[in-house]
Design a protein around this ligand. Structure first.
Ligand SMILES: [Zn+2]
Length: 457
């Protein structure tokens, strides 16, 4: 009885933070079954191909192995977020190079930790796995995480056209670009998205930071990630990191910390985020407008959350009032997400949701409104006016130069089924079978500007 009275007394003063202390979410584990990124057989074939290409490029004067720089490259980070990404950061690291040649489960990364893997049949992970996080398939679908050249060099081999939505071990080849640097060392960039590779040819040079492709899941892969593998000038596999278990100078210009905690995104959703079975595109359920007293989910997405640290959360109401709460992390995870749900918000206006973690601040705003305008396919420049469509897809555009844009249509497996170099208003799509597709309007650098779900009837 006493408890009931107390509860009643407190009720008017209870804030969001007190009523909604229960958090949901947890670890996102990439490649939980430790699938090898590449088979030894594929690797051997690639090495033969690289040697053959180097010899050929020397013959035609595009490479000169005798004229080399003694200074090793100084790498920048090989992944960046696309200009069209709204996230704060788009990746996390699942595995480093395994320095312990014994197996299975005999692991040692450069920092003497075991953030790497091997397999029963003698595979010791030879590269760094950088996976798209959060919503890796959504990022894949919308080209939101890009691979760039860690150092300038010459493209000595590239392979594109391979299926890019792998979830399991298979015999597929990966889409990849191989860049030789001026000291004759070579970097491998693997698992890229089909059709996303830099259009330059073998023998052409790339600059530091130049776009190479989009993170995909081609070859042996369980989801979108970059496998970055490096060989020195004498063809020995190296680990670019320096640490207690890998002496020598770091190949990174600014070597990132072993754990680099980061808030990858602060997002609001109208339904809980859901991570579906590979390779289904996740339902992000991201929303920024809500009706009063409907579901609002406030979520934080983290890279390298560390045990015994605390993330702080703050919700600022339209009237300036602030609710704050925190989450103590009891585990270290390479990728994690935590969210809180409420139906209590009914003050109309703009709210600010802010996360503070390890000195970083990331925020997002959302609104409580009286009416939700029906989501339309109208954004800044383009509108689909026949959707669903039968034979012809009609698109209107505002004041654009058709030569600045290209159109690509993908099926639900992420395979490109149509491309159009310059923008046109009517697409003849009679050849497509009935179903759901994704139309992407891109600029000439293949950046996705707008993405539409289209349905052929
Ligand atoms: Zn890998």
């Amino acid at each position: 009885m006493k408890i009931k009275i107390l509860f009643f007394l407190l009720l008017p003063f209870i804030s969001f933070s007190q009523t909604k202390m229960k958090s949901y979410g947890g670890e996102f584990k990439f490649n939980p079954n430790n699938l090898p990124c590449i088979t030894e057989a594929s690797k051997a074939e690639i090495k033969i191909q690289l040697q053959a290409n180097i010899a050929q490029l020397e013959k035609i004067g595009k490479l000169n192995s005798k004229q080399f720089n003694f200074v090793r490259p100084s790498f920048i980070w090989p992944v960046r977020k696309a200009a069209s990404s709204d996230f704060n950061n788009v990746f996390a690291i699942s595995n480093y190079v395994d320095h312990n040649s014994n197996y299975p489960n005999q692991l040692q990364d450069y920092n003497c930790g075991n953030r790497t893997y091997d397999t029963d049949n003698g595979y010791n992970h030879p590269g760094i796995d950088i996976y798209s996080w959060p919503f890796s398939w959504y990022q894949f679908q919308n080209d939101l995480s890009e691979v760039i050249a860690a150092a300038p060099g010459t493209i000595i081999y590239k392979n594109d056209g391979e299926f890019d939505m792998s979830c399991n071990f298979n015999s597929n080849e990966w889409n990849a670009i191989y860049v030789r640097h001026s000291d004759n060392s070579i970097a491998w960039y693997g698992h890229l998205k089909n059709g996303s590779l830099n259009a330059k040819n073998i023998g052409d040079t790339v600059n530091e930071g130049e776009y190479l492709g989009v993170i995909g899941s081609s070859g042996n892969s369980t989801g979108p990630h970059l496998h970055f593998e490096v060989y020195d000038s004498t063809s020995n596999l190296i680990d670019p990191y320096n640490g207690n278990c890998n002496s020598g100078t770091s190949w990174w210009r600014n070597q990132p910390d072993y754990y680099s905690p980061n808030i990858n995104a602060a997002l609001t959703h109208d339904e809980p985020p859901s991570f579906k079975d590979c390779p289904q595109i996740e339902s992000t359920n991201i929303a920024n407008k809500f009706l009063p007293n409907t579901n609002v989910y406030l979520a934080g997405y983290f890279k390298d959350q560390l045990s015994e640290t605390t993330a702080n959360f703050k919700l600022q109401y339209p009237d300036g009032r602030i609710d704050s709460w925190s989450k103590n992390f009891t585990n270290t995870y390479t990728g994690s997400y935590w969210y809180w749900g409420t139906t209590d918000l009914n003050n109309l206006g703009t709210y600010l949701f802010e996360i503070t973690y390890q000195g970083q601040n990331v925020s997002t705003s959302f609104e409580i409104v009286t009416t939700l305008t029906a989501s339309s396919d109208t954004l800044e420049n383009f509108t689909i006016i026949s959707n669903p469509f039968k034979e012809e897809l009609k698109i209107t555009s505002k004041n654009i130069n058709p030569k600045d844009y290209r159109l690509d249509i993908y099926n639900q497996l992420g395979q490109r089924v149509f491309k159009q170099e310059n923008f046109i208003n009517r697409l003849d799509l009679q050849f497509l079978s009935k179903g759901v597709y994704f139309l992407k309007i891109k600029n000439k650098n293949k950046r996705v500007l707008q993405s539409f779900k289209i349905i052929k009837e």
